[in-house]
Design a protein around this ligand. Structure first.
Ligand SMILES: Cc1cc2nc3c(=O)[nH]c(=O)nc-3n(C[C@H](O)[C@H](O)[C@H](O)COP(=O)(O)OP(=O)(O)OC[C@H]3O[C@@H](n4cnc5c(N)ncnc54)[C@H](O)[C@@H]3O)c2cc1C
Length: 474
């Protein structure tokens, strides 16, 4: 194995010192390592991110910068085209190799191809590692070597595979001195502003605290509690997994230790259910990897060309985004998203189905809105969640299974605690009234809107559209 005088570790979505295979290897195999983060150059609105996510990213980078400093390293910040910037840095430090963890998403993979080419052209090594998932898309295939399109058999195979162990946390690093660096990025760099307090603290330490808390308090009851949006008893590790402030291996193994020590069958099953959710993450990543066209069109070709309404028709899309539809559970979810950069999974499904099946707006509009607000916005999971809800995706809800927002409220927020948490003007309203349209035809309170549509009518409309499309295809 080669040994280098100087190597580069290119940080991307692996913003941590613990269980970072590429970083660890770069240190083991070189005298000194230049660590770099290259930020993007766009400015203003972006369809796939927004101020909250960028602020969270900045926080994660600050924390990484400090952690590296603490162990003798130095994080170099650059901005622009990743390949050009890496090329410059290779020259500056006379690097013998570039190390990075592979990104399963198609944009990341495309840049990696160019970086491999760059290294080849400079005659240096390109050393890439598996660090973002437990199993890469090419590892989980059917007996015939093809990708799975359905989650259950995928998850069986995924669970059966031996899980890679974590590598030791990096405790010391030597970095070349005197390298030019931009200041750590701030959201103003992207022309953005962000005022509200972030509810999720960014960085590796905060991520580990969330994991500790989840292992101690929530994953043992995950199966029973995960659908209660007010209890909010899930791990909240989505954004940490997105930016890699904690590794999915560590999350899986900590859960496994807890599962083995579980005091009852119910606790062990719950933890297993939690582990399987990590499998959903990798299923959607595999779908995106094998079928990158899902970002442009419906996964299920049968539904391509289906009739959708223009989101600009009336102001229904705006009302959905702002949480002013008159459906309390939908509005509560959309307000939670806007205020905190998070929405509970059950409510993500309800709001997504509402946009696609009640408002007949194409899932891509909702997909983009979620990416702009969710701190855990992850292209693959978000696309998978949206196409699942719209009925067009891999292993999606069949088109005729349309959730009724009123009955969903009765089932998952019977006491109206979630609704009241996010719509304070409804504080004094009897929660039974959140489970059906107002019978007297009057608003629940004077400053809350009447439902903007009749669910039964729009449900029929959706069924007609899907059936008409199906018939037209035959
Ligand atoms: C319309 C829609 C959009 C979504 N967009 C995203 C997104 O942008 N990013 C994202 O990470 N998840 C997304 N999800 C999936 C899920 O809602 C979130 O992963 C979850 O709510 C995050 O909270 P948590 O970290 O507490 O999850 P937990 O329930 O504690 O689960 C642990 C981890 O498992 C993974 N996971 C859990 N459920 C799913 C799932 N259904 N699909 C894929 N991965 C899952 C996530 O990485 C999550 O952090 C979406 C779901 C829907 C229906």
């Amino acid at each position: 194995m080669s040994h280098y005088k100087t190597a580069i570790h290119w940080f991307r979505r692996d913003l941590r010192l613990s269980d970072n295979v590429a970083l660890r290897e770069s240190i083991n195999r070189s005298e000194s390592v230049a660590t770099v983060y290259i930020s993007s150059e766009w400015e203003g609105d972006h369809a796939w991110t927004g101020p909250g996510r960028q602020a969270f990213l900045c926080g994660c980078l600050d924390s990484l910068d400090k952690n590296l400093d603490h162990i003798g390293g130095h994080l170099v910040f650059r901005k622009g085209d990743a390949v050009e910037e890496l090329g410059r840095l290779i020259d500056e430090v006379e690097a013998g190799a570039v190390f990075f963890n592979r990104d399963p998403d198609p944009y990341g993979a495309e840049i990696e191809k160019k970086v491999r080419e760059l290294c080849r052209s400079r005659g240096i090594d390109c050393c890439d590692f598996q660090g973002i998932v437990l199993h890469e898309p090419s590892e989980v295939l059917t007996g015939g070597g093809t990708p799975y399109k359905v989650y259950t058999p995928y998850s069986r195979k995924w669970l059966d595979l031996e899980k890679p162990e974590c590598v030791e946390t990096v405790k010391a690093i030597r970095s070349p001195s005197g390298l030019g660096s931009l200041p750590a990025p701030r959201i103003e760099n992207w022309g953005l502003n962000f005022d509200s307090e972030l509810l999720r603290a960014p960085g590796e330490k905060a991520a580990r605290q969330r994991l500790d808390l989840a292992v101690k308090e929530s994953i043992g009851e995950y199966a029973e509690m995960r659908n209660d949006p007010f209890a909010d008893a899930t791990s909240h590790l989505g954004a940490d997994l997105r930016y890699g402030t904690i590794s999915v291996r560590e999350v899986y193994h900590r859960a496994e230790v807890a599962r083995e020590a579980g005091r009852s069958e119910s606790v062990r099953n719950s933890i297993n259910t939690f582990q399987k959710q990590l499998g959903w993450r990798e299923f959607f990543m595999a779908v995106l990897h094998h079928y990158p066209e899902v970002l442009e069109t419906d996964f299920n070709a049968d539904w391509r060309g289906l009739r959708w309404d223009d989101p600009g028709d009336g102001d229904k899309f705006v009302k959905w985004k702002e949480g002013r539809t008159g459906f309390p559970i939908v509005d509560a979810g959309m307000r939670q998203l806007k205020e905190t950069g998070y929405m509970h999974n059950r409510v993500r499904m309800i709001t997504a189905m509402f946009l696609t099946k009640d408002l007949h707006v194409h899932w891509m509009h909702g997909e983009s809105h979620f990416m702009q607000y969710l701190l855990d916005g992850e292209i693959a999971n978000n696309n998978g969640g949206w196409q699942w809800s719209a009925g067009t995706g891999a292993d999606a809800a069949p088109y005729f299974r349309i959730q009724n927002p009123w009955t969903q409220t009765d089932r998952y927020d019977k006491e109206g605690r979630y609704v009241k948490r996010w719509i304070p003007e409804l504080e004094k309203v009897d929660p039974k009234r959140f489970t059906k349209p107002p019978e007297d035809g009057r608003p629940l309170v004077s400053d809350y809107v009447l439902p903007i549509l009749d669910h039964k009518t729009e449900r029929e409309e959706t069924l007609l559209r899907f059936k008409a499309h199906k018939e037209a295809q035959q």
